[in-house]
Design a protein around this ligand. Structure first.
Ligand code: EPU
Length: 336
C-alpha cells in the first residue's frame, strides 16, 4: 500500500483548492481498508470525489481516497433490477452505464459530480428525484473498529440533502458499497420539473425515454452550472431554506415576486439562489471568488482563491440574506 505524503489536494476537490494532506492513501478494497485502519493514523478523513467540500486548511492524519470500483447486477425481477456498486465509482459514469443498459431511476441525477459512496451522505437530488428513491442499503466500515456494517434505508435517516452520515455518524463510516433498485421496464419517468418538460417539447420528443431525460438534464445542468474542470465550484453552496407558512406570508407581502414551493406541514421552501440574487450577489466577483453569473447559489473559485476566502464570502452572503429577509442560510457543502 502506497501512502503519499505532504500531497496537494488541488486535483482531489472540485473547488480546486490547494490545501495539503499530511498522508493520503487510495483504497481499492475492504481488505485494504481494514489493513489501513490498523495503522492507527489519527485523524482519518474520508474523501470521495471531493465535490461537496470546502477545504479551509491542510488535512492532518490520513486521507482515505475511496477507489472501490465495480458495478454488479445482483437480481433481475419482472420489472426491477438490483445493483451492487463500489463506493469509489464515479456517480455520472454509473448513471450513463445504467442508461446504456436500459436501467431507469437515476436519469434525473445525471451529471452530478462525486462518487457513488458519497451519494447517500447528502442524499443527492436534482429535478424531482433523490437518491433515497432508488437506494436499498449500503455497506460501510466503521473507522474506529474496522467492523463492517450494513445500513438499511431506515438506518440512513434520509432528509433533504441530509442523512445520519452528515449528522450523528459524521466522519465515522467509510461507505464501501451502495445497493440500488432500478427498473428495467415500465420506467417511472419524472418530468415534473418544468425545465425538463420544456426541453423535451423543444426537442419534439413525443415518447420520452430515460436517455432523453438524461440528455435534457445534462443540457440544463451544463447551461446553468459551471463545469468544475473549467471553474472551481462545489455545486449548490447552500441548502434551500424552509420557513413556516406564517413567516412566508409576511415576506410575500414585502416581496411579491418571491419564488417558493409549498411543502407539507405548513412549511414553504424558498430557493436560496433567488434570495442571494435579490441581495445583489449574482455574478458579483470578490477577489478570487464570487457567486456564479448563471446560478447565484454556486460559489466559484476564479483560480487562485483560498478556502478561507470562499468561506468569508459565504458568511457575507449569509449576513446580507439574513438582514434583508430574516432567513438564515445553511451551507450544503462540508466546510473543513
Ligand atoms: N433562482 C434565482 N436566481 C438564481 C438561481 C435560482 O432566482 O441565481 C430561482 C429561480 O426562480 C429558479 C429557482 O430559483 O426557478 C430554482 O432554481 P434551480 O431550478 O436552478 O434550482 P435550485 O433550487 O437553485 C436545486 C438544487 C440543485 C439541483 C436543482 C435542480 C439545492 C440546494 N440545490 O437548486 O442541486 O440541481 O435544484 O433540481 O437543493 C447541488 O445540490 O449541488 C445542486 C446543484
Amino acid at each position: 500500500m502506497v501512502i503519499k505524503k505532504n500531497l496537494s489536494l488541488q486535483s482531489y476537490n472540485t473547488f480546486g483548492l490547494s490545501a495539503k494532506a499530511a498522508n493520503l492513501v487510495h483504497i481499492h478494497s475492504e481488505a485494504q481498508l481494514k489493513a489501513t485502519l490498523k495503522l492507527s493514523y489519527q485523524p482519518i478523513f474520508i474523501l470521495g470525489g471531493g465535490s461537496n467540500m470546502l477545504l479551509t486548511k491542510d488535512v492532518d492524519g490520513l486521507v482515505l481516497k475511496n477507489e472501490i470500483s465495480g458495478i454488479k447486477v445482483l437480481r433481475k425481477n419482472k420489472e426491477t433490477v438490483t445493483l451492487k456498486v463500489g463506493g469509489g465509482e464515479n456517480w455520472h459514469r454509473f448513471v450513463l452505464w445504467c442508461i446504456k443498459k436500459g436501467y431507469g431511476g437515476i436519469e434525473n441525477l445525471s451529471l452530478i459530480p462525486g462518487t457513488v459512496g458519497a451519494s447517500p451522505i447528502q442524499n443527492i437530488g436534482a429535478y424531482g428525484v433523490e437518491l433515497k428513491d432508488v437506494f436499498t442499503k449500503l455497506d460501510a466500515t466503521e473507522i474506529a473498529t474496522g467492523k463492517k456494517q450494513t445500513f438499511t434505508k431506515a438506518d440512513c435517516n434520509f432528509g433533504y440533502r441530509e442523512s445520519v452520515f452528515k449528522k450523528k455518524l459524521k466522519g465515522q463510516y467509510f461507505i464501501t458499497t451502495v445497493y440500488f433498485q432500478l427498473t428495467h421496464r415500465n420506467h417511472q419517468l419524472n418530468m415534473d420539473y418544468g425545465a425538463i418538460k420544456k426541453i423535451l417539447e423543444e426537442r419534439k420528443v413525443k415518447r420520452p425515454t430515460i436517455k432523453a431525460i438524461s440528455d435534457a438534464v445534462i443540457y440544463i445542468r451544463s447551461t446553468k452550472l459551471p463545469d468544475p474542470a473549467e471553474l472551481g465550484n462545489s455545486g449548490s453552496f447552500f441548502k434551500n431554506p424552509e420557513i413556516t407558512r406564517q413567516q412566508f406570508e409576511k415576506l410575500q407581502k414585502r416581496f411579491p415576486t418571491i419564488v417558493f414551493y409549498d411543502l407539507p406541514n405548513n412549511q414553504v421552501k424558498i430557493p436560496a439562489g433567488w434570495l442571494i440574487e435579490q441581495c445583489g450577489w449574482k455574478g458579483k466577483r470578490v477577489g478570487n471568488t464570487g457567486a456564479h453569473a448563471k446560478q447565484a447559489l454556486v460559489l466559484v473559485n476564479y483560480g487562485a482563491a483560498t478556502g478561507q476566502e470562499i468561506e468569508a464570502l459565504a458568511y457575507k452572503i449569509i449576513d446580507s440574506v439574513k438582514k434583508r429577509f430574516g432567513i438564515i442560510l445553511t451551507p450544503e457543502v462540508n466546510i473543513i
